[in-house]
Design a protein around this ligand. Structure first.
Ligand SMILES: O=C(O)CCC(=O)C(=O)O
Ligand SMILES: [Fe+2]
Length: 232
């Protein structure tokens, strides 16, 4: 698969290096590590998402990051808010190719509505598991794809504080590269943010109230101090 200079959708994939200020990035990566395996059963990490209205005040470090990342992208005036979630994958684990969409709406009505933009912030280095973004979109029948077979694709490496942003209609996933060996103990950690023209429905997308992922709010208003906090 090639990477052309001027294929329209693939050309709209943007990569921002050093996306977050160091202080927020460090606290976010720390807090996500501290969560351990919370909500990791099944596909739990990827189906527990949170709604953050565009002008809201952040209540946890992930939302602080969401606010900072919004300054780096231009989702347009029709964007009313962001859906965010945490990605955690073990070494060698795949996240199947898919289209980001309002999953609860899909389940309820079989309708597919996509965000304006999808994005991935990498929290650690994970060379064995890049994000693959293809030039395919879902056809109006909600099943077939255009083009039928991907003609172009872009592979994006997981590098700390790199942030990839792409049209919310594009097919993508995480396809591990078996040849890339690495230390296997750590999970691949990401913050995912989708920029929306409408609020994705509960029960998949809810508002963060600190019940789930409590460590995110514990570092919301404090710096990670060298003393007093056990770094992991
Ligand atoms: O982690 C990635 O690289 C992509 C994650 C993703 O596509 C998703 O969570 O919907
Ligand atoms: Fe996705």
């Amino acid at each position: 698969m090639s990477e052309p200079q001027n294929s329209a959708p693939v050309a709209e994939i943007g990569l921002i290096e050093d996306a977050l200020p160091d202080a927020i990035f460090t606290r976010l990566a720390y807090a996500v590590r501290a969560l351990g395996y919370e909500r990791m059963k099944g596909n739990g990490s990827y189906t527990t998402t949170f709604w953050f209205p565009r002008d809201a005040e952040p209540t946890n470090v992930a939302e602080e990051a969401v606010v900072a990342l919004l300054e780096q992208v231009d989702p347009g005036p029709q964007c009313i808010g962001m859906e965010w979630w945490l990605g955690r994958l073990g070494y060698g684990k795949e996240l199947r190719l898919h289209f980001d969409q309002d999953l609860a709406l899909k389940k309820k009505t079989d309708q597919s509505i996509h965000p304006i933009l999808s994005s991935v912030l990498y929290l650690n280095s994970f060379p064995s598991s890049p994000t693959l973004i293809l030039d395919q979109v879902l056809a109006p029948d909600g099943k077939s794809m255009i083009p039928e077979k991907a003609e172009f694709g872009k592979s994006v490496d997981a590098v700390p504080n790199h942030y990839v942003v792409f049209p919310g209609t594009l097919r993508h996933g995480v396809i591990p590269n078996p040849k890339a060996e690495q230390e296997a103990e750590e999970l691949r950690l990401t913050l995912l943010v989708n920029y929306w023209q409408r609020r994705p429905l509960p029960p998949i997308c809810t508002e963060y109230d600190g019940t789930i992922y409590a460590t995110l709010k514990d570092v919301a208003n404090e710096r990670v101090k060298e003393s007093g906090v056990n770094r992991i």
